[in-house]
Each structure stands twice: as C-alpha cells, then as structure tokens.
Design a protein around this ligand. Sequence first.
Ligand code: ZN
Length: 79
Amino acid sequence: MPIYEYKHTKKKGDLCDEVFEVFQRVSAEPLTHCPTCGHPVSKQLSRFGGGVDKLAPSRLKELGFSRWHRRDKGTYERE
Ligand SMILES: [Zn+2]
C-alpha cells in the first residue's frame, strides 16, 4: 500500500506532528483534515521518493513523522 505524506496547512493540534504519513489505497480519497485534530492538511510529495519505509522508526521520529494505519473506514491509528 502506498504511503502518503500530509502536512498541516494551518495551526497543527497539540497532539500532532506537523507532517504525518498515512497508508492508503491508491483509489482512496485524499485526506483533507487531520485525523487527530481536524485541522486542514494537504498532501505532500514524498521527500524520500518512496524510500521512507527503509528508514528506522527512530529516524522517522527525528524527522517529525508519525505513521498512521487505517483500521476501519475513517479510523486511523498511530503506530
Ligand atoms: Zn493535526
């Protein structure tokens, strides 16, 4: 499943990282709002060219990423 990267376009929530990733189907609707705080987000081009999977979790955290998995329709869980 491809990883999409989203960035908060306005103020981010207290519990959020500025940039986060979501695993989505190619056919899935892009997120327009953060699953945590509900603030608007925009889809970003990956900085890593799809290689983000190869980075260690500690490195991801350092770069300000959190990884989200879609559990059910409209529900995302932080890894
Ligand atoms: Zn947020």
